[in-house]
Structures are given as structure tokens and as C-alpha cells.
Design a protein around this ligand. Structure first.
Ligand SMILES: C[S@@+](CC[C@H](N)C(=O)[O-])C[C@H]1O[C@@H](n2cnc3c(N)ncnc32)[C@H](O)[C@@H]1O
Length: 228
């Protein structure tokens, strides 16, 4: 498989979730016509779903190679803010994981792509996320979806928790701090992107930087944390 099966609606979500998938023309349209028209119109109808599928696959494959050494067969994985779930499909195929997803179930009318202190921004749809996982070969028995806003989060211990460009990138770590304490074992790994890796040295006994995005606006680093 060198690309994902995805329709226009899913390609639309992927474009909203990953700015790298925006071509020059879409970026120009966003500048010219503003964020509302960009979010509801151009990013849905002015895209080529086949091209997005290929580019999204390549992006997720790179993410997968970067973190695969932290995973092992049949791990129980939690993904916080997975987007449409391409990375989790690749993880499931290789490691036969059981994956739990915590996401939001709506699309903001004007995507801002910045720090959101109220945590009101969202760009997902849980039904589409389920369609994407099933259409790309993840068995129904191997995933469970949780809506962040329903306050009913999975209460089990996880081996690996992943939150790419979501936790402490768009919204404060503190939103999940107590919950993460409950669901992490000392050996669990938590992987996420942040602009303040040193802050986490005071929270976890072990913090490792595995990637730096220094050319982007946010200049974030990807960190792997263990042992609360
Ligand atoms: C920039 S996207 C990243 C998507 C995906 N992780 C990726 O790397 O392609 C951020 C995601 O976080 C989700 N999100 C926002 N607030 C959230 C929250 N409190 N809990 C879980 N997900 C959240 C958004 O809906 C969106 O899908």
C-alpha cells in the first residue's frame, strides 16, 4: 500500500489537520478570501483527493518510521488528537495494536492553526475517522473512539500514548495532566510535540527529544516522556 483509501470529505479533514498538505494555491486563496471561505469551501472543493491521499501517506510513513522503535506487538495505544488516523493505521498493520482514540467531533468554522488557550478549535468527525480506519484495513475490534467533549475517557493503562501536533502544541498539557497520570504505567511512553521541552523535565523522570521542527512558525520539538 503506497497511499490510503480516502474520499473528498476525509481529504478535506486531512488538509485542515496538516498544513504541509496545503499547496501554494490553497495558501494564496486563504490569504485572499480569509479563513472562513478557506475552511468550508476551498479546502474541500479545490483539492485533488488522490494527490492528498498520496502526500498524506508519505507524511504518515515518515512519522511512523520516527516512532516505530517505541512500539511492540499487541501494544495498547492511545492517540490523542489523531486527525483522520493515518499513522495509527500504519501502526496497527505492523504491530497489531489495539488503539483508543480521543478526538473532538466537530470542525471549527475558521481554522486558526495556532495556540488555542480555550481549546475550542477542532477539525475532526468521529464517523469519518471510523470510516477511514475500516476502509484502510483496521478491524472494528481493534479500535475504540472517544469524544473528548463527552467526558467519558478510557480508564485503562496504556503502553504508548501518541499526540502529534495536538497536546501542548494547540492546547495546554494541563488539560490532560491528571488523566495521563492515571493511565500511564512507569514504563509507558508518551510522544508529543511542544515548544517547551525543558518544562517536561520537571514532570517526567525521562525526557528524550527525537525531532526538531526549527523551520516552522512554532519551532516545536517532538519529545518522548516516561515515568511521571
Ligand atoms: C493539527 S491536528 C493533528 C492531527 C494528527 N495528529 C496529525 O499529526 O496529523 C490536531 C488535532 O487535535 C484535535 N484536538 C483538538 N483539541 C483536542 C482535544 N482536547 N483532545 C483531543 N484532540 C483534540 C483536532 O480535532 C485535530 O484533529
Amino acid at each position: 500500500m503506497q497511499n490510503f483509501k480516502l474520499n473528498r470529505e476525509l481529504a478535506h479533514l486531512a488538509v485542515l489537520q496538516r498544513t504541509e498538505l496545503l499547496g501554494k494555491n490553497l495558501k494564496k486563496l486563504r490569504k485572499l478570501f480569509g479563513r472562513y471561505l478557506f475552511t468550508v469551501l476551498f479546502s474541500k472543493y479545490f483539492i485533488n483527493p488522490n494527490k492528498i491521499s498520496k502526500n498524506y501517506y508519505d507524511l504518515m510513513e515518515k512519522e511512523f518510521f520516527l516512532i516505530k522503535k517505541y512500539l511492540k506487538k499487541e501494544d495498547i495505544v492511545l492517540s490523542i488528537g489523531s486527525g483522520i488516523g493515518g499513522l495509527e493505521v500504519l501502526i496497527n498493520k505492523t504491530f497489531d495494536t489495539n488503539t483508543f482514540f480521543i478526538e473532538k467531533n466537530y470542525i471549527s468554522k475558521k481554522i486558526k492553526y495556532g495556540w488555542d488557550s480555550e481549546n475550542q478549535e477542532a477539525y475532526n468527525n468521529l464517523n469519518l475517522l471510523a470510516d477511514f480506519l475500516l476502509n484502510n484495513g483496521v478491524s472494528q475490534k481493534k479500535f475504540s473512539l472517544f469524544d473528548f467533549d463527552k467526558n467519558d475517557l478510557p480508564n485503562i493503562k496504556f503502553d504508548v500514548i501518541i499526540s502529534l501536533y495536538s497536546l501542548d502544541y494547540h492546547y495546554e498539557f494541563s488539560l490532560y495532566k491528571d488523566y495521563l497520570k492515571k493511565i500511564m504505567k512507569p514504563e509507558s511512553v508518551l510522544i508529543f510535540d511542544t515548544i517547551r521541552p525543558e518544562y517536561f523535565n520537571g514532570i517526567f523522570k525521562n525526557v528524550e527529544i527525537i525531532k526538531q521542527d526549527l523551520n516552522t512558525v512554532h519551532k516545536s520539538k517532538r519529545i518522548v516522556c516516561r515515568n511521571f
